[in-house]
Design a protein around this ligand. Sequence first.
Ligand code: CP
Length: 308
Amino acid sequence: MISIKNLLNSHDLTKKDLLEIIELGNAIYKSPADFSHSADGKLLGTLFFEPSTRTRLSFESAMLRLGGSVVGFSDASVSSAKKGESLQDTVKTVSQYADIIAMRHPQEGAAYLASLAADCPIINAGDGGHQHPTQTLTDMLTISNYKESFENHVIGICGDLKYGRTVHSLIKILNLFEGNKYILISPEELKLPQYVKEEVFDENSQYEEVRSLDEVIDKIDILYMTRIQRERFYSDAQYTRLKDSYLLDKEKMERARKDMIVLHPLPRVNEIAKEVDDDPRAVYFKQAKFGMYVRMALIIKLLEANND
Ligand code: CP
């Protein structure tokens, strides 16, 4: 049984929780039919106040594949939020119908507020530039299928490390494991914020910050590419100046390790050339599939933890 009742922040997960969810995610991946009635009669609410393809549809697919059902909205303008209803009232109401809620919201901390109002478990499906813990579970299930362990890797994290909530969630979890070294690759303006460094690193953490992907590509075991997060910029001019900071292409892949893997939470904009997609080391579309299996595992584990 996992120790949490909601999943709001990757920091809430213990190593034991994480490994339990990953183990179940892998069991579901290997034999999904064995779990096709695990959530019979249960209802997932999906409250998406921000756009999504993968997170919402993988959550919905996950619940349907577990035998449950789904209600929700993918556009807040068709909900009563449009009439001025507060987030807390919306969540409190939906929690009268649903057994578990996955919510995405543009405000940092919104998932925490929702958890205070709800009468059912809340899963943070992304809150502003803060956290995206189920993407981290997706990333970890993917890594578990391509690497023998979560330890002793050189992990290159490239792109928008300031606003990239997937990065903030992922480093915290990877740092539960021994011997990982981080190469943080970003423009100066999009460096990992100091407050995130203080949250995710400790005195034993090994990391360096560089500007150029080119210079470090041959040192990396796991490369985590991210897009520049246009929707979080206050100035279009700054976005335009930074949007093409990185391009992973065939030429760079030729200089990368033969056993490097490339992850990307997606959506991609233009930071990975399409020519890379056929490289067996490019696992980002498989990663999207792992996202569904790990969300199946998370739903099972949270329903169980709230049923004791
Ligand atoms: N990775 C991810 O969160 O994708 P979506 O925005 O499409 O859900």
